[in-house]
Design a protein around this ligand. Structure first.
Ligand code: TXA
Ligand code: MG
Length: 327
């Protein structure tokens, strides 16, 4: 692997020229960090599998946690998520602002399955920071953006923090000064009874007042660092119907082989014939579904070994969940 060269990451000013360059990079599938009112986000096109795989790679995330999608306004949010009365009321009261709503995914939303980690729900928010809003307007599409720090490190509230953690791993950082809120958005689950999934920049009391009822608290099963969840709690993640066998160097008679790398030349599907982990991550959720469909009811999927480095750790984490015994 070529070591990252910090000079490859550009610091862009929040001017029309800087934002146009940031939008060009994003449209090409590259990653651009940008300021929001909470923390700096590591942005990538939420519709692009490769861009989303690159987000996990740049952060060194050991898991495919679902990502928050940032959009310009409520109309754009309605194109990717289904809003009920509660969601409409809260969006009307608190957007733009530090509130993320987890809602049922809209049909035809067009998001990468890496954004939702295969879940039938999506986390969406309209940020308030003028630079984030300007970038979303110029880019013209939804941006997936976790906090712009390496996994396990403190969230960045200045462009220099982003540079310190991610220079050489991303295309650019738009410098919008200090973030006013400084903690991540509050995440509210509305795919059932209202649940506080992550306390954050908007006080829960404000949400309770707007909803006229107290909030339940609940683990989102998404592996939030603040609420580590055991694998058993991830039942809501998409699990194939077929049985999954790992570390397969060939397929048995009745198995669909999901391969990785040149060694798996005979596989029905290959996550990356060249053995590229970013490509494999981008294909993972699509190919699991495809293998599942090919295997049919009660069928079996055999999966090649994937190296336990870089994105391979997240891929293996997801594969181990898919292969785990189901209750
Ligand atoms: O303030 C923020 O929210 C920042 C800025 C950049 O906007 N973004 C941020 O994103 O914190 P991220 O991707 O680091 O946070 C994702 C959180 C995780 O806890 C994840 O589990 C949860 O959102 N999440 C995302 N999609 C979800 C879903 N469909 N269901 C449940 N939880 C979800
Ligand atoms: Mg974070």
């Amino acid at each position: 692997m070529i070591p990252p060269n910090p000079d490859d990451t550009r610091l862009l000013p929040p001017t029309p020229e800087g934002l146009a360059e940031a939008a060009r990079q994003l449209a090409a599938g590259a990653l651009v960090a940008f300021p929001t009112e909470t923390v700096y986000g590591l942005g990538g096109d939420a519709r692009s599998d490769l861009a989303c795989a690159r987000i996990f790679e740049a952060k060194g995330r050991p898991r495919f946690n679902p990502l928050i999608v940032h959009v310009a306004d409520l109309a754009a949010a309605r194109r990717i998520a289904r809003f009920d009365d509660r969601a409409e009321r809260l969006a009307g009261a608190f957007w733009p602002g530090p509130l993320t709503l987890v809602l049922p995914l809209a049909e035809g939303a067009g998001l990468s399955p890496l954004v939702t980690a295969g879940l039938p729900t999506v986390a969406v928010r309209v940020p308030e920071h003028p630079v984030a809003r300007a970038l979303l307007a110029v880019f013209g599409g939804p941006l997936a953006a976790p906090s712009a720090n390496p996994s396990g490190r403190v969230s960045p509230t200045r462009a220099a923090h982003v540079m310190a953690g991610l220079a050489g791993r991303i295309a650019a950082v738009v410098d919008g000064g200090d973030c006013a809120v400084g903690v991540e958005s509050t995440i509210l689950g509305l795919d059932g009874p209202a649940r506080l999934l992550r306390p954050g920049g908007l006080p829960a009391e404000a949400l309770e007042a707007a909803l006229g009822q107290p909030l339940a608290s609940g683990d989102n099963g998404g592996g939030d660092a603040a609420r580590p969840s055991a694998p058993g709690q991830l039942a809501s993640h998409y699990a194939p119907g077929a049985a999954v066998r790992l570390e397969a160097t060939e397929a048995g008679k009745d198995e669909i082989w999901l391969g990785f790398g040149p060694q798996a030349a005979g596989a029905a599907l290959n996550l990356s014939p060249a053995g590229d982990l970013v490509e494999a991550a981008a294909n993972l959720f699509h190919y699991l579904r495809e293998a599942d469909a090919l295997a049919g009811n009660g069928g079996r999927i055999a999966v090649s070994p994937v190296p336990e480095r870089g994105l391979g750790r997240a891929i293996n984490d997801r594969l181990r969940r898919a292969a785990a015994p189901r209750g």
